[in-house]
Design a protein around this ligand. Structure first.
Ligand code: PLP
Length: 526
């Protein structure tokens, strides 16, 4: 077996004559000091050949990882053991005598990969992020090496052009006319929710940015927002950051499927008026985090318009259904939204974070941050700086997160996404049907996407114990490591929650999960 390239490169070739051609070729990063050859650590760290060797090593590790088709969820480690293992890898003494770092690099990658949620395994059914499309990961790697932060055209030319292209591609699916709307990328749906709420607030109260909270901002009323009772916590957090105050966040009642009850909205708005509140934004959800429920956007939009309220749609999870002709009807009249959040790192399967924030009116995209900064924002936009988006984003240095999505879209096409999304929604529907036939399980809703909540209720289990049993089951299933599932309180009682994001997870795997749950439940002391 020839020596692997990375080992040859890592070695500092001590003892070789300094004029030795092999050393000259392989060690441009070394200099002679006395009788020995000393490696210049800075030059070595940037050595392209060494880069290639390390990349090859990592790629072969990842290929091995992706080829492992065993059913596994997560191996949870004691944090102090893990910390000890990590510290041991910092010790150069554990390298081989000739100073190789490749063996440590290999051990680090192993440790990193093995301690993660096994997102590419059919056993990983607990979270909204999935195994990424490997090609998108490869492009992310390129982004990391060539560093093109994308808030300004000059620093990330292709990412900025591609953002426009993806905006047009996906805007068409929303139902908007090219040239009339805008899209920015943000690091995550939470930041996108905050950004959209800021835009809504500044539109309603144009003086707010300069003068700060006027207290009773609008016709003597206090600013408030209305959200579904199940809204993601980042929405309420955004209200906190903006100084709206939690008591000005009005919670709208949900139906049994977890959707906002349309008939509850007008009374809440009327009550808000009586309390001296001015509701400037209504937040609806497409694909709620707990149940994957889709709020009735069209009806909410009509109420919002009547009351001159901004309609923000948090589609972090569910907007991706727009890509599938078969599933897009579930998104309703999404084109009525004033702003829409869409996490591509959830159901478009690209590396996190990659979030798209859409505004129905182009000019609203400039509403969130009303600042001037001479060192970055152009006074007289030219054809280049016109594509800057630093003025529309919280982030200054920002990952060129669109690249992975664009490349997968360009090379595999929309059909790839549609088929994967349809597959995971189909198996979730099958899981629902299966659960309905199991007398020791209670299924809590018909799935609208790939999220499903249910409870295990063995015969003779007292109602009072249902909550604790689900918690116990979740922890035990996770600890056994075969499946990774999550939990959520529904109407105050804990439920088991699965998010099926892996196209390899079949109904047979789900059947195995139910058996695993039964076994775990049987082990819980009464
Ligand atoms: C996941 C999620 C968020 C948060 O998005 P991040 O990208 O995790 O910051 C917001 N809203 C909904 C409905 C979500 O499912």
């Amino acid at each position: 077996m020839p020596q692997p390239a990375w080992e040859a490169l890592d070695s500092d070739h001590r003892g070789l004559d300094e004029r030795h051609p092999a050393r000259q070729a392989k060690q441009p990063n070394a200099f002679v000091e006395g009788n020995s050859l000393v490696v210049d650590p800075v030059r070595q760290a940037f050595d392209p050949q060494l880069f290639r060797a390390h990349a090859d090593l990592v790629l072969s590790k990842l290929q091995e990882h992706l080829s492992d088709s065993t059913i596994r969820g997560l191996r949870l480690h004691d944090p102090s053991d893990l910390s000890e293992a990590a510290r041991a890898l910092m010790d150069p003494g554990c390298d081989r005598a000739d100073g190789l770092i490749a063996s440590r690099l290999a051990a680090i990658v192993d440790l990193y990969v093995k301690t993660g949620i096994q997102v590419h395994s059919p056993g990983s059914v607990g979270r909204q992020f999935s195994g990424v499309v490997p090609l998108a990961g490869v492009i992310d790697f390129v982004s990391s090496v060539v560093s093109q932060p994308s808030s300004f055209y000059e620093a990330g030319q292709l990412p900025n052009v591609v953002e426009r292209i993806m905006s047009e591609e996906l805007g068409k699916l929303i139902g908007w006319t090219p040239g009339t709307f805008a899209m920015v990328t943000t690091s995550g749906g939470s930041l996108a929710n905050l950004t959209a709420l800021l835009a809504a607030r500044n539109r309603r109260y144009p003086q707010f940015w300069d003068q700060g909270s006027p207290g009773r901002a609008h016709s003597g009323l206090r600013p408030a927002i209305a959200v579904g009772a199940d809204a993601h916590y980042s929405v309420v957090r955004a209200a906190g950051i903006m100084g709206i105050g939690e008591s000005q966040v009005l919670r709208l009642a949900l139906d049994e499927a977890g959707r906002i009850r349309v008939e509850s909205v007008r009374p809440v708005l009327a009550e808000a008026r009586r309390r001296g509140l001015d509701v400037f934004c209504l937040v609806a959800t497409m694909g709620s985090t707990s149940r994957g429920a889709f709020d009735p956007i069209g009806e909410l939009a009509r109420i919002a318009r009547q009351h001159r309220i901004w309609l923000h749609v948090d589609g972090a999870h569910g907007a991706s259904l727009l890509v599938s002709e078969q599933l897009r009807p579930r998104t309703g009249e999404v084109w009525e939204a004033d702003s829409l959040v869409w996490d591509a790192h959830k159901m478009l399967f690209v590396p996190a974070p990659c979030t798209l924030l859409f505004y129905r009116r182009e000019e609203d995209s400039r509403s969130a941050f009303r600042q001037k900064a001479s060192y970055v924002f152009a006074e007289q936009p030219d054809i280049h700086s016109m594509l800057d988006n630093g003025d529309r984003n919280f982030e200054c240095t920002k990952r060129p997160m669109i690249m992975g999505l664009w490349v997968v879209w360009a090379l595999y096409g929309r059909t790839f996404f549609a088929q994967k999304i349809e597959a995971v929604c189909r198996v979730t529907e099958a899981a629902y049907e299966l659960l309905r036939g199991e007398p020791d399980f209670e299924v809590l809703h018909r799935p609208e996407s790939n999220i499903l909540c249910f409870r295990h209720r063995p015969a003779q289990l007292p109602d009072a114990d249902v909550h604790d049993l689900q918690r116990e089951i979740r922890d035990r299933v996770r600890l056994r490591g075969k499946f990774f599932i999550s939990k959520v309180d529904i109407d105050g009682v804990c439920a088991l929650r699965v998010v099926l994001t892996n196209h390899d997870t079949t109904i047979e795997h789900f059947r195995m999960l139910l058996d695993e749950i039964r076994e775990c439940a049987a082990l819980v002391p009464a």
